[in-house]
Design a protein around this ligand. Structure first.
Ligand code: ZN
Length: 382
């Protein structure tokens, strides 16, 4: 079966306009295991698209050599709505202009509707997995999207919902490679993913984020059904992860090719592509709880300047960055320091020289200890 290319047509939102999503399929439809990979749901995050640009020829060669044992569905740029949001020579791809929704929040949470369809699952895990996937596809097929974004979400989720592996490729403004996963996948399959991809930090939701991210709803489907039917055998049948491929400007052929090689090796390790994955690379960092993530919020307006590079280990009390009041003539006294409130890895920050405003997220630190000051706060606040 050769690689096939398809386009999903989205309903037009204005006369004379129409967008579509390009997707590629490798392997035999319905073969297992199935992997689903997408990039740039936040449309101005293109390092993942660069990785897929390098991965696609590798998969095409594997296809010709009959090495694709499972099925791979790959969407190089999943969000044509966001890709087109060009304003005043800037590309703004994180929030939809129409409804101001963050493109990676509010994905459909299917578990309640799926539970209704599957009835009373029993002790046969394989039968339950098949029935849940069937039901999820049916629930999505019955949805009637009212606009382009809803149509995009339904179409994309329909490609992913029955996969064994879902990888949603993002990036931050300036960051070390990091993952967001479900605790139910750690260490297990997510530790292999983190090692193969070279993640410098891995943060787990326990078991899933409330904010309905794309990777979150794919993994939460299984966790929520397992909670709902405690007597039934419902495994965590989908390893779903958000992969943050460093910062927005970290796009190069060297990085893209290396990331593609790492993704390919992971697909081999999972038995989706045949071959020898070799020894698992050394894990760079143990996973840490999302409740241990320290978030630095700018206390006032000013100019943001950093003392610590991305990926660095920091200690509690150390100043990560400062906000400079440009109108204050007192030199060093015009600078407000922003200290780390935990020991850990500074996996995400902003570039130097941005404007700070009160409440702006300036940095994120992955720490092992649950933090009292983070209790009850959302972890997806920008
Ligand atoms: Zn993103």
């Amino acid at each position: 079966m050769a690689r096939t290319q398809a386009r999903i047509a989205l309903p037009p939102m204005a006369p004379g306009t129409r967008r579509s999503i390009a997707l590629h399929r490798f392997g035999r439809p319905g073969a297992r295991p199935k992997a689903y990979l997408q990039a740039a749901i936040h449309a101005n995050e293109l390092p993942g698209a660069m990785a897929l640009h390098h991965l696609m020829p590798m998969l095409a060669a594997a296809e010709r050599a009959r090495r694709i044992k499972g099925e791979i569905v790959l969407v190089p740029t999943v969000n044509p709505i966001g890709l087109a949001q060009l304003v005043g020579n800037n590309h703004l791809g994180r929030y939809e202009f129409l409804g101001r929704d963050n493109f990676n929040r509010n994905w459909p949470e299917l578990s309640a509707a799926v539970a209704e369809r599957v009835g009373a699952p029993g002790r046969d895990a394989a039968a339950n997995v098949a029935a849940i996937r069937r039901a999820a596809r049916a629930v999505l097929a019955a949805m009637r999207p009212a606009n382009e974004l809803q149509a995009l979400r339904r179409a994309i989720l329909s490609l992913a919902v029955d996969a064994d592996v879902v990888l949603d490729l993002h990036c931050d403004q300036e960051a070390a490679l990091h993952l967001f996963i479900s605790r139910r996948d750690w260490p297990g399959p997510a530790a292999a993913l983190a090692a193969d991809l070279g993640a410098q930090a891995t943060l787990y939701n326990d078991p899933y984020p409330e904010a309905l991210t794309f990777s979150g709803v794919n993994s939460a489907l299984w966790a929520r059904l397992a909670d709902r039917f405690p007597e039934a055998a419902i495994p965590q049948a989908c390893l779903s992860a958000t992969v943050e491929y460093r910062g927005q400007r970290d796009v190069s052929h060297a990085l893209g090719a290396a990331d593609a090689r790492n993704l390919y090796r992971f697909l081999v390790r999972r038995g989706i592509v045949s071959g020898r994955a070799g020894a698992l690379p050394r894990l760079k960092a143990d996973a840490t709880p999302i409740g241990g993530m320290d978030v630095g919020y700018c206390p006032k307006p000013g100019i943001l300047v950093y003392h610590v590079p991305k990926g660095a280990r920091v200690r509690k009390g150390m100043s990560v960055c400062e906000v400079i009041d440009p109108a204050d003539p007192r030199g060093p006294r015009a600078r407000t320091q922003m200290p780390a409130r935990t020991d850990g890895i500074l996996f995400s920050r902003k570039p130097d020289g941005q404007v700070a405003w009160p409440g702006k997220v300036a940095f994120r630190i992955a720490g092992a200890k649950l933090l009292a000051h983070r209790k009850g706060l959302t972890n997806l606040d920008d």
